[in-house]
Design a protein around this ligand. Sequence first.
Ligand code: GRF
Length: 208
Amino acid sequence: MSSVNIGVLISGGGTNLQALIDSIDKGYINGKIKVVISNRKDAYGLVRARKNLIEALYINRKEFNSDIEFDLKILDELEKRQVELVVLAGYLKVLSKEFVNRYKNRIINIHPSLIPSFCGKGYYGEKVHRAVLDYGVKITGATVHFVDEGADTGPIILQEAVFVDDNDTVDTLRERVLEIEHKLLPMAVKLFCENKLEVIGRKVIIRD
Ligand code: GRF
């Protein structure tokens, strides 16, 4: 089976990107990261990409008149590299309808909670874990899902729970959830690359 061309969008540290890079290097994922694109110039994920000889682009939103033009530029960079799967790994912008439709059920996002809890507009990064602790839930976790036109609303691929300890802080909880993210995201990408994910309405069926 030929390997799947992957494009990864980031905005920050890129630890999920690193988990993908490592999984591919180990032969766990039948894919190749063709490009890493960041909307933040200082995203350390760009450094991670370059260290692994992966093309890394910073695209400055301020150089475009609208979000759609910005998205079209990203789409152009992806399509000229024949990208088949887009992975959002800590990417903090909501994609336009045009983008989502161009890559329908071929965009995978990782979110640091058990969707539909603590997700959607304004819930990203540490804000998610802060809300989890403030609410007092006993269980949180991570979710990998396909991206649709909403924010964190697409069909769920994989989830795993993480127990919240009474003395957890945002930092300790984030670390434990990140460990799960670094397992679930490569697992979901692997299943996609092996053509084992079937979307039926809101459900994602994993085919053996
Ligand atoms: C992670 O919690 C991820 O779930 C969220 O962004 C955070 C940072 O991810 N989407 P990374 O270290 O930049 O991969």
